[in-house]
Write a new protein. Structure first.
Length: 78
């Protein structure tokens, strides 16, 4: 089984969108500043997306922990 790069990109973007909202809310609650919350969240999202993509692609190259299902053998009958 192999996940194409596009799947990893979509997963990274949806994950970072969720994180952006959470990080903005947390930083806003701590600092009282929406601007600071947004800036910290955007910086975190940018670095986090790149880091996640690298991590995902590295794991995609490893066979460790994966099970490969055998291909069904064609019997020649119809």
């Amino acid at each position: 089984m192999h996940d194409p790069p596009a799947r990893s990109i979509v997963k990274a973007l949806t994950w970072q969108a969720m994180g952006l909202v959470v990080m903005t809310a947390i930083t806003w609650a701590v600092t009282g500043s929406v601007a600071t919350g947004g800036a910290v969240a955007l910086l975190g999202a940018a670095t986090g997306t790149v880091t996640y993509l690298l991590h995902e692609r590295l794991w995609a190259r490893l066979g460790w922990g994966r099970r490969v299902e055998p291909e069904p053998v064609a019997s020649g009958r119809r």
